[in-house]
Ligand binder design. Sequence first.
Ligand code: ACO
Length: 315
Amino acid sequence: MTAVVDDLGTAFERTIADEQRIEPRDWMPDGYRRTMIRQIAQHAHSEIIGMQPEGEWITRAPSLRRKAILLAKAQAEAGPALYLSSAAETLGADRGDLTRRLIEGRQKYSSIFNYPTLNFADVGVIGWLVDGAAIVNQVPLCRCSYGPYARAMVRVCKEESFHQRQGFEILHTLCNGTPGQKAMAQDALDRWWWPSLMMFGPPDSASTHSEQSMAWGIKRHSNDELRQRFVDMTVPQADVLGLRVPDDGLSYDEETGHYRFTEPDYTELYDVVKGNGPCNEERLAHRVKAHEDGAWVREAAAAYASKQRVKEGAA
Ligand code: ACO
């Protein structure tokens, strides 16, 4: 038996070393399976809870055009949640169990969605910064060693690119509008800059999973590398908008070709992740209510599916 596991382990290691994909039928170490389920589930939960901060503005969007765009954008987050949940199922996870874990606080979702959206400029900043950070984080995940997750990411990244552009367009409009509108955009950037940097997770020195996840080809870059990539991408975009990134320590380093920036306050990240952010309670309560209100839909869908199976069996 040990020899069989050794062979399987060698085959797994070779697949990773050859940059091939691990597929659901393949043997994988328990730790790899657990890590993939944890990351994919957290990601799926984030897509669903992430609909809330923007969703609050659907009825208050400033025009019919903005309302239609925002409605489509918030709805579009459900698609990635679906592909991600399906990817988690290929690892043997049960979707209902993943939801229970979230509700019972045993599984996380992204810290960023625990901040409030105070005005419509926040909707623009979420598209520009939050979806922008998501792209930086998720493009390398298209090369993740787990096949179903990597393939889901290709589609998710296409959608995120579109979302990022719609956010930038809102800000572009505000920044070329009245002084009051420009001030709204600056205020939103001031509030969302630091939480956006925190999305990439703790610094490398404090990241629990990075080393193993990188060895397994799950993560392709460390948290700090991706954070740096995000800053390098975003600062010139803020310049185009005429907005000031709220970091007195920000400067361009000619030698390295990167921006130097101040690290976010990671104690705030840990606090938000522990459940003490400004909106944690509200976000989770809303998620629980939506889950309970949707029970009849799940029951009806299951009843319909079992009737179909009986019909197909009889045919
Ligand atoms: N919010 C909440 N929890 C976080 C965050 C964050 N921004 N960053 C790190 N954590 C958690 C990790 O989940 C881990 O906790 P756990 O062991 O209980 O799961 C702990 O902090 C330590 O962090 P790391 O060891 O660095 O964790 P990991 O290697 O998983 O890296 C990262 C974190 C970068 C978020 C990774 O999981 C990832 O790339 N996930 C996929 C992308 C994703 O989930 N995006 C969600 C938001 S994007 C969007 O929906 C628009």
